[in-house]
Every structure is written in C-alpha cells, then in structure tokens.
Write a protein of this length. Structure first.
Length: 391
C-alpha cells in the first residue's frame, strides 16, 4: 500500500498487516476520523428493498417503482434521526459513497460523525432496476453535457458564475482519469420526469414508514422528491437538506452563454417546486389555480427574475415547520436561481435557510460538490447546520 492509497477501502485485518509491513496511511486532517488505528465501528449495516407496485405487462404480473437502499448505523450514534441521501438525475448512490479520485464520500463521513445513513438508488435507477416496457424512453448523459454542467463549466461559461469553478479534482474533461471514472458512473434516466417524481414519492414514503423519522438530504433532481415525500409524510420528515434542489420554480432556466446567459425554458414545476400535485391552503386543484407573478427586476447581477405567487399567496402546510436548508455553491448552474426556490417556499409559509457557500468562505464549487476537492469541508458545514436546527 503506497502512502497515497486510501485506507478506508481495506478490511481492518488487511490494514493491520499493511501497517506491520511498514506502510503508511493518509495524514490529511479530513482523513483522521477513522483509519487503521481508529477503525470505523458499525453497529449495523445492510440493504433494504422497498416494494413498488404490481402491474400487468404482457399478461404477467411484475413490480415497478421499487427502491434499493443501503444503510450503515454507527456504534457511537449521536444524532437522533438518520440521514436519507437521495442522488440527482443521471446519478446513483455512488455519488455519496466515494469520490471518483478515491477519497471519502459524504456517507462515510456522516457515519463516523454519529449519523445513521441510508443511501438510495432512485426508483428506476441503478440497483433499483429499470424496466423499459413500463418506464418508457430514457435520457443518456453525454460527455459534453457532463463536462459543461458538472466538471468543467469554466470552459464554456454558459452562465455568469461558471468561470469561478475551481474545485473539481482534475481537468474535468474526457481523457482525464478522474473524469473518466466519474463518467463511468453516469446512467440512463427515465425520460418522464413526472414519473420519476411519482415513483420516488411513493417509495420514499414507504422507506420512512419502515425506518421512522429521518432527515432527507436531496441533490439536484431529487429536490422535487424531497418536497413531495415531505408532503406525503410531514410527521416523519424532521429536516430537509436540499443541495441545489431542482429549480427554479415554475419554468426551467436555460443557460446559453454570453451576453444574455439565461433564458426561460418550459414549464417544468407547475406546482411551484414540484411537478406533481402537493397540498396548498387554500386548496389548489390544478396548477392553474395558482396565481403567479414575476419579479420586475432580479435580486442582483447574474440572477434570474423569480416566479412567485400573487398576493395573497397560498400556503404549503405540509412543509411548514420542517427545518430546511437550501445550499448553493459559488459556480454551479444553480447559482443564478436557487434563491428563487427559497423565496417561493418562504412566501408559501415554509421558512428555510438559503445559504450560498461562498458567503461562508467555501469557494469555487460546482454542482457536484459532494465529489469535489473540498467535499468533506462542505459535509462538515451541512452537519453543523443540521445539528443546530433539527430537533
């Protein structure tokens, strides 16, 4: 084992043998939490298969919408509620298990800090299975799209903040070892975003029914899943850590480059922050019942004008009272519009903390912040917020 080799992937016995042979282990502060000398102690670990629904296909009964979940519970558990980590579009649970250059992922960082962690593959994705006869057409993440959105946005500069990106480990382009490893983890996604939300709302609710109250950590496309699961099980969602959640409200914002940078796309979240129906008070039976307006001016340079409700705004009672963090990085394509999600929720009676990492000295991150060079610094920031706000 070389001095650079991460120790976390070896069994304890193998580590002891390696150390006795004169090998060393990483000494960076972020790697000291557990290693061969102080191994990670797990009270329990395993997998869950959350059932979906039975349907008839070609005169046979099959199941769709099931969800694969893996979990670890630390021996020294200090936080009362588990964290359920839900990945974004084109991704799987691998986003939280390690980084493409071999460093510790968020799941392995939360566990030794006292959290039980449940990491899911969304229904229709990864180990949860894909069933073409039932799920329909898919979308495939191209190399160009992954580079432009995630790993090297500073090259194309399609949105104003893209040039600030500096935290991806490597060049972020095809042929770089870290990029190639990351791209190897990308998967096809169900093309029908409404179906994704519907299935994961159901599976997420069943997961909470099984494990009890929990904190949801959602990323990107999973943002709508977090809001909708909380709408379905408000008493079981004790907090939402929304990492650049799907947005902005109502219409997509399309990044196209200078000089205008952003233009309106299709209506993607007709219920405000979700594609599917969530409960409003007074009740709204259709998205058309929501009376919408738009800001005349953006809140600042490089930001979009937000869609909001016209006064008096309908409230979203199921999300009211849940501690909510909306976290945005400095250079992501979400930087121009995540504040709109925060403002829409706040107007609907859903208090939340909208935090830009750059305002707290954490600079240069993109959308895939859980994989970037300072990923554990960001994880620590999230844990600090959770410990201070979730009771």
């Amino acid at each position: 084992m070389s001095p650079e080799a991460p120790s976390r992937g070896l069994p304890t016995a193998a580590l002891i043998l390696a150390l006795s042979a004169g090998a060393t282990i990483p000494t960076m502060a972020e790697d000291r939490l557990f290693d061969a000398r102080t191994p990670l102690e797990i009270a329990d670990q395993g997998v869950l298969s959350i059932p979906g629904r039975y349907i008839e296909v070609d005169k046979q009964t099959v199941m769709v919408g099931q969800m694969f979940v893996q979990y670890q519970i630390p021996r020294a558990r200090t936080r009362p509620y588990p964290i359920v980590m839900i990945h974004g579009g084109g991704q799987t649970a691998s986003n939280f298990l390690s980084t493409p250059d071999g460093r510790r992922g968020w799941a392995d960082d939360f566990v030794p800090n006292g959290y039980a962690v449940y990491v899911v593959d969304q229904s229709g994705r990864g180990r949860s299975g894909f069933f073409g006869d039932s799920y329909g057409k898919t979308r495939k993440p191209s190399v160009g799209n992954v580079e432009q959105r995630f790993t090297a946005p500073e090259r194309k500069k399609l949105w104003p903040q893209a040039s600030l990106h500096s935290q991806w480990p490597g060049s972020g382009t095809q042929g770089d070892a870290t990029f190639d490893t990351f791209y190897a983890s990308q998967v096809e996604t169900i093309g029908d975003e409404g179906l994704i939300e519907e299935m994961n709302r159901e599976a997420g609710a069943k997961l909470l029914d099984r494990i009890g109250p929990a904190v949801l950590l959602t990323h990107s496309q999973a943002g709508v899943i977090g809001w909708s699961v909380a709408d379905a099980r408000p008493l079981l969602v004790k907090g939402i850590l929304a990492i650049e959640p799907s947005g902005p409200p109502i219409r997509e914002a399309i990044a196209k480059g200078a000089p205008d940078y952003l233009e309106d796309g299709v209506v993607a979240r007709p219920w405000g922050v979700t594609r599917g129906k969530i409960a409003y008070e007074p009740p709204a039976e259709t998205p058309g019942d929501l009376s919408l307006t738009r800001e005349q001016e953006p809140d600042g340079p490089g930001l979009v004008r937000c869609f909001l409700q016209a006064a008096p705004a309908r409230q979203i009672p199921s999300l009211r009272g849940i501690p909510i963090l909306i976290l945005t990085s400095e250079s992501s394509y979400h930087a121009p519009y995540d504040h709109c999600t925060a403002k829409y929720l706040d107007q609907a009676g859903v208090k939340n903390d909208f935090i830009r990492l750059a305002d707290h000295g954490i600079r240069g991150n993109g959308h895939m912040m859980m994989l970037e060079k300072n990923n554990l610094q960001i994880a620590a920031f999230i844990r600090e917020w959770e410990a201070a706000n979730v009771r």
